[in-house]
Write a protein that binds this ligand. Sequence first.
Ligand code: IVH
Length: 676
Amino acid sequence: MSSPAQRAGELRRELEHHNKLYYEQDAPEISDAEYDELLNELRAIETDNPDLVTPDSPTQRVGAAPLERFEPVRHLQRMTSLANARNEDELRAWEQRIRNLLAKERDTVELEYVTEPKIDGLAISLVYENGRLVRGATRGDGEVGEDVTQNLRTIDDVPKRVEGAPALLEVRGEVYMPRSAFARLNEARAAAGEPTFANPRNSAAGSIRQLDPALAASRPLSIWAYGIGALEGLSFTTHMETLEWLRERGFPISPNIEVHQDIEAVVAACRAWEERRDSLDFETDGAVVKVNDIQTMRDLGIVGREPRGAIAWKFAPMTATTTLRRVMWNVGRTGHMVPFADLEPVAVSGVTVKLATLHNEEDLKRKDVRDGDEVIVMRAGDVIPQVVSPTPQAQKNKKRSPTPQPPEKCPACGTPTVKPEDGVWTICPNRAGCPGQIFQHVKHFVSRGAMDIDGLGEERASQLLRAGLIKDVADIFELTKENLVELEGFGDLSAQALLDSIERSRQETPFFRVLYALGINGIGYVNARNIAAQLRSMDALLDATPEQIVETPGIGPVLADTIVETLEEDRERELIARLRAHGLKMEQEGPAPGTEGPLAGKTFVITGTLPNLSREQATEAIEGAGGKVTNSVSKKTDYLVVGADPGGSKYNKAQEIGTEQIDEDQLNELLAGAAV
Ligand code: IVH
């Protein structure tokens, strides 16, 4: 047995190591829950042996020292952290503690609480002098952070000027990457042969730490503001009032932030946040409860690095530890070998997980997971479970299996695999005949963002392939009722319903989605949209040089080369010709957004839920008439289209600068007028 002093030393070294990985390299090796476990063990030792506490103990500091490469900045006010409550009882105990403390000083203790999401991103501070953004910094160790002003300026959602701001204003918030944007970014990086990011948090942190602001600007980052630090020339009574004020000044504030009068309502609100978790477009790892009254918050003070008047309720971990039986392989849409993990079944936040993705060869290598390892598994939203890393113990194991290698033969068709000289991934070269690749391609082709063929899910697609009724995606448009009714599970009605949805898809799917449906490396949803807007037709794209494709926003030279190479292949040209013969749209209809047409030059922002049109439909209609749709209200915005439950920041900003507000009916009038 080691002595408490020895163990404390060990724990500190280990925590420092993980701090470095997390804060400086954005490459954590252990889950947050495991980190907390180490930190809690150290805390427990220090509580029992107060003489062992050192000023530089990780329990006394937040994060790690800033990197050398950015200028260090001393925060005007220390950036604190939050204590954690792991369950309802700990939350109630916290409230009891602060009540008792306050009762010593006050006759009556009446408390209000605010509940908000704990966003899993990167903490930042934004300093405004006389309403102008003068500095943005990361948290660093809480006292000194890194000056990342240039990079923060590239984020649209960060106000650069604040109307009616006091002499000094420091806004605190969390920079994050929306989940949807993260998925698209990784897709594009993978297609360009660049390493993918492990999760949205790491990619947000990695983006903010880019020395080149142009690179940071190309990353889809956003921000949620959650409070104010230093402030001169203005004061607030409550936290909620602070948030409202920020919202009115154009700072994005999370919706659903509420004030509660008693702790049971707080518990219910925290649970509601947990239930909402999967449906949010940003990652959360908990809910934050703050005392609403600012003076009370001050009176309660700070212990160590945590204010007493706030606490984070941690959600059930999305991670769990289990044994990786072995790494298995599948073939992806474009022929690359896709590793996945066969796991000892384990419950991860209420769901049993047996299989988890390892994304691709390069991801597997980076994570260094091997057969038989104890691994950390994570579920994030509706994303497929993934293997995060081996546990630290597994990494130390001397008798580990060798690094798994991609198979020599394609698991779907048996063709010997190859590793192209310039590529990072091993592929199955049998692109035209490999049933695995065809299945993945069909799955993508019929999916919602692509051809959106209702009633042709994974199982039916696989059934049609097995029956030999389709050999590639073009065959879908040659299916007949006679063929279909022969199949198990199909009757007259269901066969007709499927044919109807195929017909609808054929007639209605716009060109950019047809382009996306082709599943070409590098043409994800957003790129397809932009290419269609830029080049206008399949013919123009087929004739385009990489130099012309690079003109498209968001497409770099590597990606442009890949796209041109793929489109030069006979196989691809033949498929496109067949799809064209079946009448799929090969041209962008309507003018390019914002260029020509009756709504040309008009910029719209949409907020809230419209009664009849979805966001996508409204956007398409506006763009179809030549208008442009953007995400945030500025002086350049001509109309704010307002639906039910509008987002506060857009709405308030529009109020403030006097943007014209219209509802769905008025939008329809504009569109109809435009059509005349
Ligand atoms: S308040 C008063 N509110 O969590 C304490 N923090 O563990 C200061 N975070 O470094 C933090 N969402 O970056 C606060 N709604 C929220 C938050 C939040 C995420 C982060 C923050 C901080 C860490 C504390």
